[in-house]
Ligand binder design. Structure first.
Ligand code: 4AD
Ligand code: MG
Length: 479
């Protein structure tokens, strides 16, 4: 007999049908009711055992976490909480729980703390919360490819090992096969990279953008979706050392087109989750409500998780310039009452407290801030006519902060060369990038969506470590 997945069984239950289900025991109550889950859905199937006629040795092994197969008839359930259940005719133990482990709290059917679960890699996936998070993470991945494919974009694989530091922040991880205990040196005592694997210093990519630009200037519109690595030593709930980024790049597009694309993209993703992940979302929505209730009233989100997704899907984003943002902040109550920790002054970057004020207090909706001062943005951003600002944009989301960063790119060779000089970037290092501005250069734009921040928004999880299967953060690369 072929196994039926629990999702299929519950989606279209055929009363009276003989079925075989396989999964892991979530709970076993009164020696009679087994809650079985196989990962296909957040919902369990209840399997009911007639224990008096059943082998005790087998029932003893039906403990939380054990993998079992259940044969039986699908019948309408008399109990509450489920429409159908399986009347068990046979149980097979596929993988029991090591008897020494049964008593350990980790396998008990109770609520565990999220940071504890981060250390229990195998168990984490088995919980309702993480099952829901990782199903939605998958759904978002699929939706991203679908969004771009439907609009004629080509997915481009950009390198993971590269010589460039696109963002110029110097927060890269070096890649080498030198024996670190005896690194070859040149006459001057400097590291001799000529002897290294690639013959030059290379690192893990911080962004696929520069390479994506080459693709866009031939294929018209491309997007990357790959891992990116940043050795920022920021141990926050929004930063990972290894995260995934989606970077579309579009030829013949200016900043306005770029904002329109970002906005329709983010709306599409929210709607996709609402349309396709109702069960998981309902669970996470309840979870979020409980979390909100534990917060002091002033910190609570007036909208539920589902309402937040609907809000983004159905409302226009607010678009303001950096200069306008500074004015608003300097006229705000917290500024006047000196409640901000960091000063607000034209020319300095916005801190997350400022971003939060704009998004959560002033506008209460996603905000796109454009035209930042050139001084703290990347070299490739297009210089505006005022010579002070660049055609940059950051999208800020409530509860998340910056979710997207992007810009129109500097397509004028002479201006770009000057930027390289200002930023101390050796033209010889990025000759291949500068070449694009010599052979049919066109205005073009793109952005990067931090995938995990999007998953946070879609699931209501508040720590970025809880939306990636195996988080990498400073001092932590277990599993
Ligand atoms: O703003 P960023 O640095 O922009 C770029 O890398 C551009 N090359 C994108 C482009 O124009 N093609 O990063 C983009 C997004 C951020 O808005 C944020 O959501 C996310 O990537 N991000 C991180 N997510 C998790 N952990 C980190 N350490 C992150 N750093 C950036
Ligand atoms: Mg940014």
């Amino acid at each position: 007999m072929k196994r039926t997945k629990i999702k299929d069984l519950l989606d279209q239950p055929t009363t009276g049908k003989e079925v075989l289900v396989k999964g892991w025991v979530r709970a076993f109550r009164s020696n009679r009711f087994i809650q079985l889950n196989d990962g296909s859905t957040i919902n369990n199937i209840q399997a009911v055992v007639d224990y008096e006629s059943y082998d005790e040795k087998i029932l003893d092994q039906v403990s939380t976490g054990a993998a079992i197969a259940v044969h039986g008839k699908l019948v309408e359930s008399e109990g509450k909480g489920q429409s159908h259940e399986v009347q068990v005719s046979a149980i097979e133990i596929i993988g029991n729980v090591n008897p020494d482990e049964v008593q350990k709290t980790v396998m008990q059917p109770k609520k565990h703390k999220l940071d504890f679960l981060r250390e229990q890699a195998h168990l984490r996936f088995r919980t309702n919360t993480f099952g829901a998070v990782f199903r939605i993470r998958h759904g978002l991945t699929f939706a991203i490819h679908k969004f771009f494919n439907d609009r004629g974009f080509y997915n481009l694989h950009t390198p993971i090992i590269t010589g460039s530091d696109a963002e110029g922040a110097g927060e890269t991880f070096h890649v080498t096969n030198f024996d670190l205990d005896s690194i070859p040196k040149d006459d001057k005592g400097n590291v001799n990279y000529k002897e290294d694997f690639f013959g030059k210093p290379v690192n893990l990519t911080v962004s696929g953008q520069l390479e994506a630009e080459l693709g866009a200037l031939a294929l018209g519109q491309v997007y990357t979706f790959g891992p990116t690595f940043r050795a920022e030593n920021s141990n926050t709930s929004r930063h990972l050392a290894e995260f995934w980024m989606i970077e579309p790049e579009v030829a013949f597009a200016d900043l306005e087109d770029n904002m329109d694309l970002t906005e329709s993209f983010l709306k599409y993703l929210c709607q996709f989750v609402l349309d396709n992940y109702a069960d998981d979302l309902k669970f996470l929505n309840d979870r979020d409500l409980k979390e909100q209730k534990q917060k002091p009233e002033k910190d609570r989100n007036p909208l539920s998780l589902i309402e937040r997704l609907e809000f983004v899907a159905n409302n226009d984003f607010k678009r303001i310039t950096y200069t306008e943002a500074i004015d608003i902040l300097r006229n705000s109550k917290p500024y006047k009452k000196r409640k901000f920790k960091y000063d607000v002054e034209w020319g300095t970057d916005l801190q997350s407290e400022h971003e939060r004020y704009l998004v959560e207090k002033e506008f209460n909706c996603p905000v796109i801030i454009t035209d930042y001062p050139a001084s703290f943005k990347a070299f490739y951003m297009r210089q505006n006519d005022d010579d002070k600002t660049v055609a940059a944009m950051d999208v800020l989301f409530p509860g998340i902060g910056e979710i997207v960063g992007g810009s129109q790119r500097e397509e004028r060779l002479d201006v770009l060369k000057k930027k390289c000089a200002d930023f101390n970037i050796d033209e010889e290092e990025i000759w291949w990038y500068l070449d694009t501005r010599k052979f049919g250069s066109v205005p073009h734009s793109g952005f990067g969506l931090g995938f995990e921040r999007m998953v946070m928004f879609a699931t209501g999880m508040t720590n970025i470590r809880d939306v990636i299967p195996f988080p990498r953060t400073p001092q932590n690369a277990e599993f």
